[in-house]
Design a protein around this ligand. Structure first.
Ligand code: MN
Length: 442
């Protein structure tokens, strides 16, 4: 698949797989080489919410990306957020659904066509350039925040039990802050957009090896997905590889740090400058932008502002106020998102000697304790041994009806193993409304 989007030329390939554990695929990807935009979205939410959220986000991004600029890309992501949010508020089955999104788009800048990247959530964009793999996006996740604070090492984060908790997500709030940056394309660069199902299963060294060895982007995406399956495939996996096959002719050599955009990131390995572009004539002098010249970051929730190199200097007081407002908005969004995540599913556990349905996450999540929803007539001593451990650990179900069906199936198996007199241990549930309120954790 080849796209000639104006002066630069890109080839791309994509692959997605539900993985070895999940029965549905809530990931989606977008590839519109006619408009020059590619995206990966990782949906979440009960019932079919996750699939629908990621699908709407991809469709809407493709439709809304009409202004080929960094602001145009941010606007398109905001439009996708609004579309998922609207759909979610209109349908009780879909309420609370959300999705991550990463996007790569061809944009027109003063000095020619460039690539813009946008991110909300914990999907990622990597660049493989000169045999080195750089993560270009910052994860909006609890563990990434802890790594940035210094309270967790990247190695600890990679295996942390709560590493899948996102702090920013599309479709849960009316507005969402969008991270965005521009990178200069160079012949031979490979951009990898992926969901966490890839990088949670595959170390970056193995990703690099595939990108080095497999030239065709479709084959490379397929092999990366296969590696994640081989690694366990515990989540849905989606990979889109976009190759720069023509960067639009002679360009200046990459100035130090400019293309890799950001300083201070934890998982970043900026390309060291001075390596001439293979097609560069090297004659450009004095064109190097400031070290962060290629980066622009969040609009502060008002949709319009970008903080870019072209902004005029402003007074300190204004900047401090803006910074505090931005920080509060981010914190508020993170709290709301964690709150939503902590309550968005159900699980089956034990309350005393009774099989019981809870809303929340097993063991709770930060300040959010699980909430008891229904207790059943099924006693622990009748639960088949092979599922007792699952229930003791908290058997997660995305919906209440799913949790009830699970209890029903366990009760039916218990009856098969040791029939009881009618009316006892049949898995019927009673609501806690008739019982003393309890906040006991399982
Ligand atoms: Mn995922």
């Amino acid at each position: 698949m080849t796209a000639r989007a104006g002066r630069i030329a890109l080839r791309w390939g994509g692959a997605t797989d539900p993985g070895r554990v999940r029965s549905t695929n809530q990931d989606n990807y977008l590839a519109r080489d006619d408009v020059g935009i590619w995206a990966v979205a990782d949906g979440m939410g009960g019932h079919r919410g996750g699939e629908i959220a990621s699908q709407i986000a991809c469709d809407q991004l493709g439709e809304a990306f009409t202004d080929r600029s960094l602001d145009g890309l941010i606007d398109a992501v905001e439009a996708a957020n609004a579309a998922v949010f609207e759909e979610g508020t209109g349908d009780p089955e879909l309420t609370g659904m959300g999705t991550t999104v990463v996007a790569l788009a061809v944009v027109d800048e003063d000095d020619g066509e460039q690539l813009a990247i946008a991110n909300v959530g914990d999907s990622r964009v990597y660049r493989f350039s000169l045999s080195e793999l750089d993560q270009l996006t910052d994860d909006h996740s609890l563990v990434a925040d802890m790594v940035r604070e210094g309270s967790l090492s990247p190695e600890e984060a990679a295996i942390h039990p709560q590493r899948n908790i996102v702090t920013r997500v599309l479709g849960v709030n009316r507005r969402v802050p969008v991270d965005a940056l521009v990178v200069e394309p160079h012949h031979g660069d490979r951009f990898v957009l992926c969901s966490d199902g890839l990088f949670n299963e595959v170390p970056s060294s193995a990703m690099s090896a595939v990108l080095q060895r497999v030239a065709d982007p479709t084959d490379a995406a397929g092999e990366l997905v296969q590696l994640a399956l081989d690694g366990g495939g515990r989540d849905n996996i989606t990979v889109v590889v976009v190759d720069v096959v023509d960067d639009g002719g002679p360009r200046r050599p990459p100035p130090a740090g400019a293309a890799s955009a950001r300083a201070g990131g934890t998982a970043r390995h900026p390309v060291v400058g001075g390596e001439p572009d293979v097609e560069g004539d090297g004659s450009a002098v004095g064109t190097a932008p400031p070290p962060d010249g290629a980066q622009r970051s969040e609009p502060a929730g008002d949709g319009g502002a970008t903080f870019g190199p072209e902004r005029r200097p402003r007074r300190i007081t204004w900047r401090v106020v803006a910074f505090v407002v931005l920080l509060l908005a981010l914190l508020g969004g993170a709290v709301a998102t964690i709150q939503w995540y902590g309550r968005s599913t159900y699980f089956v556990g034990f309350e005393g000697d009774r099989v019981t349905i809870y809303r929340g996450r097993p063991g709770g999540l930060l300040w959010i304790d699980p909430e008891m929803v229904e207790s059943s007539d099924l006693r622990r001593d009748r639960v088949p041994a092979d599922v007792e451990d699952d229930i003791a650990a908290g058997k997660e179900q995305s919906t209440l009806s799913g949790a009830r069906a699970y209890v029903q199936r366990v009760a039916e198996r218990a009856d098969e193993l040791s029939p009881t007199t009618a009316g006892e241990g049949n898995g019927t549930t009673t609501t806690t409304a008739q019982q003393a309120t309890t906040t006991t954790r399982p």
